[in-house]
Design a protein around this ligand. Structure first.
Ligand SMILES: Cc1cc2nc3c(=O)[nH]c(=O)nc-3n(C[C@H](O)[C@H](O)[C@H](O)COP(=O)(O)O)c2cc1C
Length: 193
């Protein structure tokens, strides 16, 4: 646990830079707290949240991405309502980051084929099941496997186009909370923690 507040504690511009540094670290370092995030979706009737792995981020394009099975429930939810939120939390750094935006689904297009080609067999295995994720089964040991080609088509890339980022840091010497929005060009506003 950090004993002292980070130097950028009161510097809104530096906070924005550290958010992006944390995301880059999350993409590149499997042991980073920012390597996974909780993705919240809603189809209008119910909400759902689950852990996904952060696969890429772009400060320039204002986006983050993750991979998923095209037949998973989250895909239907995103098709119903593309507004999603990603939640990152580092216990070590005492930082929570919430990223809201619109999710865009890419399936069976060039970018997906390229990612698939470079994917490890372990990662590919997540897309090999014959049945849709979430289907009831009698025996977990006897799930039928797809061909590589079908599995490739099960794979989707989801890009989240960021609309807003909220940063929260809890400290005994005073909490800090900042909101960055597309409308004000991600300049950042202090908000009540
Ligand atoms: C550490 C961890 C990482 C995960 N990464 C992903 C991921 O990158 N993509 C994904 O679709 N599911 C991932 N999952 C599984 C999801 O949390 C979830 O169980 C699954 O995608 C089905 O969700 P859905 O039915 O809401 O679509 C991960 C789970 C854990 C525990």
């Amino acid at each position: 646990m950090l004993k002292e507040n980070p130097k950028h504690y009161n510097e809104i511009n530096i906070i924005y830079e550290t958010i992006w540094r944390s995301l880059v670290e999350g993409v590149n370092n499997r042991s980073s707290d920012f390597h996974t995030f909780a993705l919240a979706t809603t189809d209008g009737k119910r909400s759902a949240v689950r852990t996904v792995v952060l696969r890429s981020c772009s400060k320039k394009e204002l986006s983050i991405s993750f991979h998923t099975n095209n037949y998973s429930n989250k895909i239907n939810e995103i098709k119903e309502n593309s507004n999603v939120e990603g939640l990152f939390y580092s216990k070590n750094k005492k930082i929570q980051i919430r990223i809201s935006g619109q999710a865009l689904i890419f399936n069976d297009v060039d970018i997906c084929h390229t990612i698939w080609k470079n994917m490890s067999q372990d990662a590919r295995d997540c897309y090999m099941y014959d049945e849709k994720p979430g289907t009831r089964i009698k025996n977990p040991k006897s799930i039928k496997k797809n061909t590589e080609n079908k599995a490739n088509k099960n794979f989707s890339l989801i890009n989240i186009n960021i609309q807003s980022i909220e940063w929260l840091y809890l400290s005994s010497s005073g909490h800090r909370r900042v909101s960055f929005n597309k409308e004000n060009s991600f300049v950042g506003d202090w908000i009540v923690p």
